[in-house]
Unconditional design. Structure first.
Length: 155
């Protein structure tokens, strides 16, 4: 396996995949994405080294992305029986395949890198907002719980 040249961001981006084994495009999601490749979540196992067409759009980016990619690895399709360990669950935690984009130009990689940095910032902002909302809800629940206990004690 080749060494990664770019950091990948964890993001579930809808992608359309077309490969030699399917008659219609598959609507899947990325697990992570970089300017040079992606890990695609899938229940179907494409052939290793197969060349696929990967189409996707990024939020707030009018530019559609369309790259050819080579299936460079497949993950999560082995079951416990194949691994020889009967104690492990058959369902893998992360099932899919890794793509290495093979036709991206330096300009396209630069544009994608810039857009992915924006997506990553937005994901972080959303996570911070979510944590703040959860914290506020916990405080409200705690206050309500104390009031309920106070009411219960007075009766």
């Amino acid at each position: 396996m080749q060494r990664r040249l770019e950091n990948r961001i964890r993001a579930q981006i809808p992608v359309e995949i077309v490969h030699s084994g399917c008659k219609t495009p598959q609507q899947l999601k990325t697990v992570d994405l970089s300017p040079r490749g992606a890990f695609i979540s899938s229940d179907e196992k494409p052939p290793r080294d197969d060349v696929v067409l990967c189409n996707f759009d990024l939020p707030s980016d009018p530019y559609p992305y369309s790259f050819f990619g080579r299936v460079c690895y497949i993950k999560g399709f082995e079951t416990a029986a194949h691994k020889g360990d009967a104690n492990k669950k058959d369902a893998p935690t992360k099932r899919g395949f890794g793509l290495s984009f093979i036709d991206t130009t330096p300009i396209e990689r630069l544009r994608l890198r810039s857009r992915l940095e924006e997506v990553e910032k937005n994901i972080r902002r959303a996570d911070v907002f979510k944590r703040q909302q959860i914290s506020k809800l916990k405080q409200r629940l705690s206050a309500l719980w104390r009031r309920l206990l106070d009411l219960h004690i007075t009766y």
